[in-house]
Design a protein around this ligand. Sequence first.
Ligand SMILES: [Zn+2]
Length: 239
Amino acid sequence: MSVATPTRSATLVAAASRALAVAGIFDMNGHVSVRDGDLAYVNAHSASRLSLRPEEVAVVRIADGAEVEHTPPSEMALHLGAYRARPDVGAVVHAHPLFATTFAVAGKPLVCAFNSGAWFGHDVPVFDDPVLVRDEAGGRAVAGVLRERRAALMRGHGVLVVGEDIPSAVAGAILLEDSARRLWHAYAIGEPRRFSQAEIETVRAQTSSPRVIRKWWIDALERAKLAGVLDGIDPATLV
Ligand SMILES: [Zn+2]
C-alpha cells in the first residue's frame, strides 16, 4: 500500500504534533497517533515534532505492527498495545513532559485535586519501569497498567495518554501536565485536598464534554498557528 497524498488522518497527526510541541508537551521526542480502520498514523521516527508534514507521517498496521509507510517511532509498541487492548481508543499520545514525569519519580500520587486532574477521574497509575517500550510485550504491559483509564505515568520516562480521537488525546496530554504542574505547587506547601468521588464525577462531566474538548483542540491549533508552525495546514479543516 502506498499513501500517495496526505489523508485527513495524516494531516491530523501533523497538526497535533506541532500543537503539542508548541504546548511544551513534545520536545525532540514524543509521538501522537490516530487509529484509521486497521491502521495507525503516527509521526515518523526522525521528523521534527515542530514541523512534521502530513507526507512524513508513518503508517503502521495495528494487528501485526507491519510498517506500511515510513518509519514509525521506536516506541510504536506503546500505541499498538493501547489500540489492541482498547477498542474505544482512537488516538494515543506518548511524551516526556517534566511535571507529570516528576511525579512518578518522586513517588507522589498524581491525584485529582484540580479540575484538570478530575478529567482523568482517578489517581494516574504508574508503569514502574523506566525502560523504553520497544516490543510487543512492553506495549502490552503498559496497556495492562493503563487498563480502562485515560492516562498512565511511566517512571523516569514519560506519560501515555489515550482518547477517543485526536482532539481528546491532545486535550488529555495538556490537562495531565497542567494537573501535575498545579499539584507540584500544592505539594510544595502542603498536602493536596483530594476531590471526593462525587466531585470528580461532577467536574469530569463538566470538563470532558465534546464541546469542551473541541475548545481545547481549537485553542491548541490556534496557539500553533500564532507560533508560526502551522504552515500548510488549515486548522479550520480539522475542527
Ligand atoms: Zn518515550
